[in-house]
Write a protein of this length. Structure first.
Lengths: 122, 208
């Protein structure tokens, strides 16, 4: 391969990498701006929000709690298949506000914790 | 990202340590399983009380080192098998791997260390090269020891602190790793490109 060809390829590679880096910096910045830094207060309030992607079936299997009990705490009279919906989707389906859902999940988790201590979960 | 997140969360809640072990060890061998997503998620769930954060840290740290070890030995054995069976491959790759081994002997520890937590997309590549080139396992794992610890602390802490925003943080962490990799590739290209050009110039001056 001639030196001129090698130099051309080298410059093209540099240009592509530089372009990719600039693009990545912009996307990184725009993604970072969308994230709000949590404070101790917001962390406490949103402590159980990560359960929004978890299904009733998952919680039942993990903590050995009946699905009936879980739906009781969520204040939902379930239809068939609801155990496979995430808590977020359940909230939307049954028009439960995020605040109410948060409280229900908190109560459920506290029940599970207490139940594990006492050996009674269902 | 949405469906991947749901799968990760579901498997993490159902199988916790087994799922993390599979994801992390496969990544060490070179299979892309996005362990950072799972580890950040586990950090977030440890804040919710699903896992003990201290225990989680030690479990993940040990799993990551096991993953690196599995990757190293997998490629060491696989390389021995390949080069034993296909002599042509040995003829072509042998000198290159010898050069890689010499490079790793001089700068391997820093390369292994940095790819554990900073330039993470290159971690599996370093595992492969270290295994194939016969780099000392002791040197490899001693550099990985601290790097893996830092990776574990960073990713679990990110999940633990950011809680319900863990998905956005996982995305951001992945983007950061890609950016760091691109910068390293650019720097390497400039370094090796310049060497190539100046080598030619020096040779031409000598001839003149």
């Amino acid at each position: 391969m001639k030196t001129k060809t090698k130099k051309t390829i080298f410059i093209v590679i540099l240009a592509i990498l530089s372009g990719l880096i600039i693009w990545k910096v912009f996307t990184f910045q725009s993604s970072a701006r969308k994230i709000s830094i949590p404070t101790p207060q917001t962390r406490n309030v949103k402590r159980y929000d990560m359960y929004k992607n978890v299904t009733v079936k998952d919680i039942s299997l993990r903590h050995n709690v009946s699905q009936k009990k879980i739906f009781e705490y969520l204040k939902i009279i379930p239809n068939a298949g609801d155990e496979n919906l995430s808590l977020e989707k359940l909230g939307k389906k049954y028009n439960i506000s995020s605040q109410e859902m948060r409280k229900s999940i908190k109560d459920l988790m506290e029940f599970i914790k207490a139940g594990k201590k006492n050996g009674k979960l269902n | 990202m949405g469906s991947l997140t749901n799968v990760v969360v579901s498997l993490l809640i159902k199988y916790s340590l087994c799922f993390l072990a599979l994801v992390i060890i496969l990544q060490g061998i070179g299979v892309p399983t996005f362990p950072s997503l799972s580890v950040i998620a586990s950090g977030a769930f440890s804040y919710a009380g699903e896992f003990n954060p201290v225990l989680l840290f030690f479990e993940v740290w040990i799993l990551v080192m096991l993953g690196d070890t599995a990757g190293y030995f997998f490629w060491k054995r696989f390389g021995e098998f390949l080069f034993g069976k296909f002599k042509g491959l040995n003829k072509f790759f042998g000198p290159k791997l010898k050069k890689a081994n010499e490079y790793l002997d001089s700068k391997g520890r820093i390369a292994v260390f940095l790819t554990r937590f900073l330039i993470t997309p290159l971690a599996a590549v370093v595992n492969i090269v270290a295994g194939l080139s016969g780099y000392s396992y002791f040197a490899f794992i001693s550099a990985a020891f601290v790097g893996d610890m830092l990776w574990t602390i960073i990713y679990i802490s990110l999940g633990y602190w950011f809680g319900d925003s863990w998905q956005q943080i996982a995305n951001l962490a992945s983007q950061f790793g890609q950016l760091a990799t691109l910068i390293v590739l650019l720097a390497s290209s400039i370094y090796f490109g310049r060497r190539l050009i100046f080598k030619k110039r020096a040779k031409r001056k000598q001839n003149n």
